[in-house]
Each structure stands twice: as C-alpha cells, then as structure tokens.
Design a protein around this ligand. Structure first.
Ligand SMILES: [Zn+2]
Length: 176
C-alpha cells in the first residue's frame, strides 16, 4: 500500500510532458500502477469523488493513467485514435485542484488505444462522462489541465459555490 502525495496546481511538474513506457518488464511500471490505484482509492475515501488519476499527478513522468469507473483499468501509453466531431460541455474537477470546478468542452465520443499491464494492445470506446474522464487523464500526460479547456474564465469557480448554485453534478444546461 503506497498512497502518494498528489501534486497540486502550480507545481511545474504537472506541466511537463510524460515519457512513453517502453520497458514493461521494469518493476517501476507495476509499482506506479499499484501506487495510482492506492492513491485513487485513498483520495476517493477522503473526498467522496474521483474516478481517475495519472502518473504525473503523483510525480512520475510516465504515460500511465488509472481509471476506476465500472472496474479498475490501467492504461499505458494511451492514445486517442478517433474523436467525434460532436462536442459536449460539462463541469469537471481534478485531484490537483480539488476545490475548483471548471466547465469544459470535450469531444463526446472517443476511441483510445493503449497497452494493458501485460503489454497487450487494447482499444476502449467511450462516450459521455467516460469519454471526458479519458480525455482529462490523457491530457495530464501532456501537461494539459482541465482549466486549459475552460469554456471561458467565468466558468472556473470554487466547488463550495458550485454546490450552492448547481444542484446536480455534471449536468450541463447545454445540450450535448
Ligand atoms: Zn486531473
């Protein structure tokens, strides 16, 4: 069990591009996957939200993300290979700025190719909130944060105020 410290907005490491994983036999890859899972579970226990995390958020500059929606999945070297032209607008948050909500614009549907921990190639198709989650986490690998996708500066707000003025989470007044 290794719960890692999550880097916060302003830490320059969050803005760096992460390296591809080439050597899957390297024990560090498996260690990072385990640490991401432990850190995600711990964050969720403490904060009541959280579906995904990326290696750079725990200070490891490798192209690894870990999501836990219906089941836990580690995605290594994930790449978006298809994106719908159709966009969606929705509220997003991030472990690296847990007190902030930002309204972002994302592709509604995407297809992602990645390697699993056994180095086998996998493809995942996602739409809606899973699509948003994958785009969010893959962005972290390129040093891009959700605030960079804000629809405008008025839609970067404190979570306390979001909770006062928006009763249902992640429901956009705009049609997808
Ligand atoms: Zn994030």
């Amino acid at each position: 069990m290794a719960v890692k410290e999550i880097l916060l907005l302003g830490n320059p490491s969050l803005r760096q591009k992460s390296d591809r994983v080439d050597n899957f036999k390297n024990a560090d890859v498996h260690q990072t996957v385990n640490d991401l899972q432990d850190t995600l579970n711990d964050f969720r226990k403490q904060n009541g939200f959280g579906r995904g995390i990326s290696a750079p958020q725990i200070g490891v500059p490798s192209r690894i993300i870990f999501i836990d929606v219906e089941k836990p999945i580690a995605l290594i070297n994930p790449e978006i290979i298809e994106s719908s032209n159709e966009m969606m607008i929705l509220w997003d948050d991030c472990f690296s700025f847990p007190d902030i909500m930002v309204k972002v614009k994302r592709n509604k549907e995407i297809k992602v190719r990645y390697r699993d921990v056994n180095q086998d190639e996998q493809i995942i198709s996602a739409n809606g909130s899973l699509s948003e989650l994958l785009q969010h986490e893959i962005d972290h690998l390129d040093g891009i944060l959700a605030i960079d996708h804000a629809v405008d500066s008025k839609h970067i707000i404190l979570k306390t105020e979001y909770q006062k003025y928006h009763s249902i989470r992640n429901v956009s007044p705009h049609p997808f």
